[in-house]
Design a protein around this ligand. Structure first.
Ligand code: G3P
Ligand code: MG
Length: 247
């Protein structure tokens, strides 16, 4: 029987920095989440053309920046000029797209934790997993609590495992696949990150009995967050940093 994986992360994790209150995946969002008492953050990471790891959710730049096209078609020096806050509100206009390195420096110097979601541009699953793992290994080398690397992409997690087997991994999924135990075992995951829409007490029990941790996303109802934690969910990822108080 596998021993339950270590889980040195808080019960509440802020989604994309501060949910919808600040522009997602920016330093400003992390600062706001921190202001509300959050000490761990989920964010999405992908690569630029010159293979710099940056925070961005979509493959395309249009929704969250004033740029166009796919992030992976541009050099970081081009993307660094973009406004990643103006789409959200005037207050955040001029907020840049951060690199993973920028964010690592901020988190580490403030004693904050994180869940790095490896969000590859389609076709770049393996290289993205490799680069994110290499960066995380380097940036968090002297920090005891490492980030948990999660992904919907099996190939990204497999690549991360090859680069840095000791860095915790979480398999992200909308619903529990039939072969979940095989996937978690093959990828040597610490956790599974399941959509709250398909999560049940029975599912949580089965996963925990098998020795893996459970993260639920994206839980924006305070009562549901409480219930899930009572079921044994290890961390709840939420947008509602203002209405769900960290505990
Ligand atoms: O990591 C949980 C959640 O962020 C996964 O979905 O689309 O918000 O990145 P998405
Ligand atoms: Mg995400």
């Amino acid at each position: 029987m596998k021993q339950l994986s270590p889980w040195p992360y808080p019960k509440l994790i802020a989604h994309r920095g501060a949910g919808k209150l600040a522009p997602e995946n920016t330093l400003a969002a992390l600062r706001l989440g921190q202001h509300f008492g959050y000490s761990a953050f989920e964010f999405d990471v992908k690569l630029t053309r010159d293979r710099i790891a940056i925070l961005l959710h979509d493959a395309d730049l249009a929704r969250t920046t004033n740029g166009l096209g796919r992030a992976e078609d541009w050099l970081f020096s081009d993307l660094a000029q973009l406004n990643a806050g103006g789409w959200h509100s005037k207050e955040y206009s001029g907020e840049p797209i951060p690199t993973l390195q920028n964010i690592a420096q901020y988190l580490i110097s403030n004693g904050l934790g994180c869940n790095i979601e490896i969000k590859p541009t389609p076709g770049l699953e393996t290289i993205t997993g490799e680069m994110v793992a290499k960066c995380a290994q380097q940036y968090w080398a002297s920090v005891q609590v490492k980030p948990v690397l999660s992904s919907f992409s099996y190939d990204s997690l497999a690549a991360a495992k090859t680069i840095c087997p000791a860095m915790p991994r979480g398999f992200l999924t909308n619903e529990l696949p039939e072969n979940w135990l095989q996937i978690l075992t093959d990828l040597d995951c610490a956790s599974i990150h399941l959509s709250h829409k398909t999560l049940t007490q029975t599912t949580v029990d089965a996963i925990k009995r098998a020795g893996f941790r459970v993260c639920a996303w994206t839980v924006n109802d305070p009562k549901m967050a409480q219930d899930m934690l009572q079921w044994g969910v290890d961390s709840v990822i939420t947008d509602c940093v203002d209405t769900i108080a960290p505990f």
